[in-house]
Write a protein that binds this ligand. Structure first.
Ligand code: IMP
Ligand code: MG
Length: 332
């Protein structure tokens, strides 16, 4: 803090929603800017209730946090309105005038294109919607009557907040290896997902960022097609406690052990200064709900030390369960 970027290290689903919800509550975030689009679902567990957020920033859990949707994001209007209602954030959420709109036709294009289907897209239409923005025929937020109450200049709001020394978080979606530029092309999403792109979508310059917090999961997963080094068969994934289904689409996630070489790449390309490690309890069940580093078994500590050694950045937050507060916080 004050300005932190949260970015995923691998193919998304690292648990960014959980880390953001923890930081919102613990650090009392002032502002959180969501980037990306409706294809990403950020899961937040709060007091036994589960939210899978496609549009509303995961920091909504802290009731004083101002929530913003950046100019570079792609907005699904019905989903946005539905989540604003469900999360009860109507009076504290804003959206940039120039955010792009995803329409039903984009989803249809996504689902009916043999090429996109072959890549295993989520089917929300994010790629086709971005194509339309590039052609400069896309609708933007200010064209939509239902969005009028929310419109604001996000870049100005967020830069003013940074200048006033407020605690600002820029919420990235997916992970580096789904980046259009840096990922496993063509098995990637329709946008750059790196830390620099998150800043760009929010309207924040690189010199304003204090920390880039890279989120790792204790193992790797991906949905859709494309390479996954060290991929396990489903039976083995189940045995190791690493089998998951996607929060957004319900599809099975493929899984593989943590890969240090890919981790180092993610640190470099994102300029990461710190790491979070989620789902440590999936690999080491004795860690479940631990709140102190000393409570961890020595194999788990060894794994964390190895990540720090191989990536050169400290693992400051460790997730030990699904609830927002199931975290070991090693920040000073
Ligand atoms: P699209 O982003 O819907 O175009 O899908 C392109 C690829 O990115 C597919 O492999 C999707 O499964 C993957 N993808 C998109 N969003 C997410 C996400 O939030 N988590 C994990 N994978 C995603
Ligand atoms: Mg997700």
């Amino acid at each position: 803090m004050p300005c932190t970027v949260i970015v995923g290290a691998f193919w998304g689903d690292e648990g960014k929603g959980k880390i953001i919800s923890y930081l919102a509550l613990k650090d009392k975030l002032d502002v959180c800017v969501r980037t990306g689009s409706v294809n990403a679902a950020h899961t937040v567990w709060l007091e036994g209730k589960r939210y899978a957020l496609h549009m509303v920033p995961a920091a909504f859990v802290y009731e004083k946090c101002r929530l913003l949707v950046g100019a570079g994001s792609n907005v699904h209007v019905a989903k946005f309105l539905e989540e604003v209602e469900a999360a009860k954030v109507k009076n504290r959420i804003g959206m940039d005038y120039q955010a792009s709109i995803i329409e039903e036709k984009h989803s249809t294009q996504d689902k009916t294109s043999a090429h996109l289907k072959g890549l295993g897209t989520t089917g929300w239409g994010v790629g086709p919607a971005i194509e339309e923005r590039v052609r400069r025929t896309a609708k933007i937020a200010k064209d939509i009557p239902e969005l009028q109450p929310y419109l604001t200049d996000v870049a100005t709001e967020v830069n003013n907040a940074i200048e006033a020394d407020k605690k600002v978080l820029l919420e990235g979606t997916q992970g580096l290896l789904l980046s259009l530029f840096h990922g496993t092309y063509p098995y990637v999403t329709g946008r750059d997902t790196s830390a620099a792109a998150i800043c760009s979508e929010a309207g924040v310059g690189p010199t304003e960022v204090d920390e880039v917090l890279l989120v790792f999961k204790a193992f790797m997963t991906r949905v859709g097609a494309g390479p996954l080094p060290g991929e396990l068969i489903k039976e083995e994934a189940l045995k190791r406690g690493w089998f998951e289904t996607a929060a957004g689409t319900g599809r099975d996630r493929r899984s593989a052990p943590f890969n240090f070489e890919l981790a180092r790449k993610a640190v470099k390309v994102n300029g990461a200064t710190q790491a979070a490690l989620t789902k440590l309890d999936a690999s080491y069940p004795e860690c479940k709900s631990a709140r102190k580093y000393d409570e961890l078994p020595s194999e788990a500590k060894q794994f964390i030390k190895e990540i720090e050694k191989q990536t050169g950045i400290p693992v400051v937050l460790i997730g030990t369960g699904p609830e927002a507060l199931d975290i070991i916080d090693r920040r000073k």
